[in-house]
Design a protein around this ligand. Sequence first.
Ligand SMILES: *[C@@H]1O[C@H](CO)[C@@H](O)[C@H](O)[C@H]1NC(C)=O
Ligand SMILES: *[C@@H]1O[C@H](CO)[C@@H](O)[C@H](O)[C@H]1NC(C)=O
Ligand SMILES: *[C@@H]1O[C@H](CO)[C@@H](O)[C@H](O)[C@H]1NC(C)=O
Length: 982
Amino acid sequence: MNHFSFFFIFFYVYFCYLPNKTLAMTLTLQNQTDHQALLQFKHSITNYPNGVLDSWNSSTHFCKWHGITCNPMHQRVTKLNLQGNNLYGSISPFIGNLSRLRNINLQNNSFTKKIPHELGQLLKLNQLSLGNNMFLGDIPKSLSNCSNLKVLHLLKNNLTGNIPIEFASLQKLLKINIGKNHLTGGVPSFMSNLSSLTSLVLFFNNLEGNIPQEICLLRNLRNISVDVNKLSGTFPPCFYNMSSLESISFAENRFNGYLPWNMFYTLPYLKDFRMGHNLFSGKIPTSIANASTLKTFDIGQNSLRGQVPSLGKLRDLDLLNLEINILGSNSTKDLDFLKTLTNCTKLRILSITANSFGGFLPNSIGNFSHHLYELYLGGNEISGEVPKGLGNLANLIILSLGHNHFEGTIPTSFGQFKKMQLLDLRQNNFSGEIPSFIGNLSQLFDLRMEENMFEGNIPLSIGKCQMLQFLSLSHNNLRGPIPLEVFRIPSLAKLDVSENRLSGEIPRTIYGCLSLKYLGLQGNSLNGTIPSKLSDLKSLQYLDLSRNQLSGSIPNDLENMDLLEYLNVSFNKLEGEVPIKGVFQNASRIAVTGNNKLCGGILELHLSPCPANLIKPTKHQNLKLAAVIISVIVFLILMLALTIYLMRKRNRKSSFDTPRIEQLDKVSYQELYQGTDGFSDRNLIGSGSFGSVYKGNLASQDKVVAIKVLNLKKKGAHKSFIAECNALKNIRHRNLVKVLTCCSSTDYKGEEFKALVFDYMKNGSLEDWLHPRSANSEHQRMLSLVQRLNIMIDIAYALHYLHRECEQLVLHCDIKPSNILLDDDMVARVSDFGITKLVSVVDDTSYKETSTVRLKGTIGYAPPEYGMSSEVSSYGDMYSFGILVLEMIIGRRPTDEMFEDGENLHTFVKNSFHGSIMQILDTNLVVPRDTEARVEKCLVSVLRIGIACSMESPKERMNIVDVTKELDIIKMVFLDGERRED
Ligand SMILES: *[C@@H]1O[C@H](CO)[C@@H](O)[C@H](O)[C@H]1NC(C)=O
Ligand SMILES: *[C@@H]1O[C@H](CO)[C@@H](O)[C@H](O)[C@H]1NC(C)=O
Ligand SMILES: *[C@@H]1O[C@H](CO)[C@@H](O)[C@H](O)[C@H]1NC(C)=O
């Protein structure tokens, strides 16, 4: 080796090989660090449902782990995205070792403990999203080292303490969202250093003090939201010169002062202005007349006075809330501004409730935006008749005219309010009869007409309002009997017809009304006895029958009304013994005075003891009771023995013969032909690739049925017919459509004929309810939130049964709204078992067998993996269920045109999770404003289930056991809240 070559080798080794080697070594070391850090991160997650982190093991490279993105060159972790995975636990401090991390997204999990201050080591960090978890303690000051931070999102945690002053150095911050925590202190003046800031969201905290003047230095600020804090004082005048502002939200604080008259000139881009629930005084700025960009103007609950300027130029106005101020002066000009609102063609919500507006309601109100769906005019001094034109606003869902001086009759045009859910006319001077067209308002759930001068009878047609929950007709001049129809409204929770001149008896038979909690009949002329059937109203909590002409005794059955908290029967003509159990145990919960012939009862009532012949022979009764109990027990034992015997016998049998379709009741072609008038089009209620469905009369069973006639030209139809008959024969559940019988025969032309006969479902399919065919159709129907919840729960129970309770696993494979039918009581039943899709009866190990199924569900509802021809599985049904849940709340089909560029219903909902849930709701799902918070909570929980079920990866989806459990809890919590609000 000569010198030259030695040199060459030295050079080669030194400059080429060694440095490369060190580089490689450091790389290896660093990716080892990432690997270790991630393992530590996983280690501090105590619970991850659905195997989300199963891929996090050493047999796979960490860059391929779920939720990890690496830089392809260096194999270093740049992105950690595990949002919405139900992760429980804490964030390991080792996260600080992932030194190349740019983006952390752990939103919508259940992380708790402190946010580790080691995050401050991540100098490349761009975006930190930890929203909607349960993090405790302070926001770590160390985050101020992350000088590249652009987005800080900590919404909805349990963070306490101040906004750290160290954050003044985060010059690149664009968006801060730390709303919905328990932060204290003030809005810091150092904020003015964050010169790039475009969005500052601090709502729902405990911040106090003023808005610092320095805030005006934020030249790029577009959105500021500090609603629901304890902030106070006046705004710095320069605030109104921040011309970049588009959205100002300061509601529910203690701000005071005036709004400058010219503010809408100096804030030219303002779209949203929310100042409700503060202490502002003075007038509405006159410059609002030119605020043509304004969409939201909410100054409700302040102390503003004077007249409302013309608003005709606000073409985009969506919400106008002036309620609870001192606007107007009880003069005829007060409502002139309403005339200018006819130009605001996008207006959806208008409230002027509780002001001093006087004068008449202008007839031009009928020319308001057709989008208007909530109109609140109550609590003013408005007089005169209600203009007929109001009935043109056919999309109204809430109309409140209560607490005014309206007079005259209810205009017949009100019969056009097909969508009306809440109609409030109380405390006016309305007269005349309650019109019978009120029955056309089939969506009503709250009708308040109390304290007027209505006369005549209560119209029978009110019984057609089958959604009614609150009916209040008290303090009028109504006469005649209470129509039985009223007691057949299944959803009715409160009925108050007190203080009228109603006569007749309380209906003897009460069929419906199982939800009734409040029944006020006092102050009428009702006669007859108190029917013992009243005790069938099992939900009743409040019953007032006082000041009537009721006679006879108090039925003992009332003792059995477990929920009854208050009973008033005073001032009637009752006699006999007062019971002593149930509600009668407690003198403060009953009133019986003013009935001269009542006796007995508990001592505190101070009634005279009953004469001996009235007291019931309790000893004999006990003997009788014992006899009954013994015979019941003997009977039960006999039944049990019989059942065991039969079950044994059946088990033995089922293990030998496979059921054949011959075992079902059969029905002839002829009978089906006759029952459907020869399968006439008049009776056709649906059709698809599988064939057609007819409504028919089955003479032999005296029953209306649905008949599915199969299209036998379709390949595999024979096989699936037998499969379905057999499957349905063996599965029975309250939430599955019941197959009555199958028909396999030849038709009059001698061709083969196969049909399935089902119970007919009067209320059609969920599809009809969610997406009524034409906007003006007669059957404009809407589902309330509770109904939607019930339907989801029904479907979930059906799936639970199919997936977990049947002898064999049954996969439905085509869950979608048109396959969910609703029976007379709006109970949902899953239908369409494998007519085209086959019932896949498989045991756990042989999913493969079913992969021969060519058709796998419906586009939009079928899970992505079916498209890749993987086998059908219960995960697939869960996916369809998840999509259905989202659709039921959002009101959009998964195939809606609005989803483009790879977005779908799942991602759409997921991305809307921050703050805008209420904006993406089905427009038919009406939420009265006073229940919004409770409803939102419920919706968020439901949507979460929808999202968790429709995850792209099958293994990540929620299973049916958890779904049923959670839905039950959500419903319970929701109804509980409702009860408390009442
Ligand atoms: C680290 O990087 C090296 C070189 O890029 C690679 O060979 C090795 O497999 C990586 N190790 C880990 C644990 O990622
Ligand atoms: C978070 O704060 C709420 C309200 O203060 C409290 O009810 C809840 O228990 C807290 N959660 C945790 C995990 O501390
Ligand atoms: C408002 O004006 C009407 C009609 O002039 C009058 O009857 C009513 O008492 C006034 N209300 C108040 C609060 O002054």
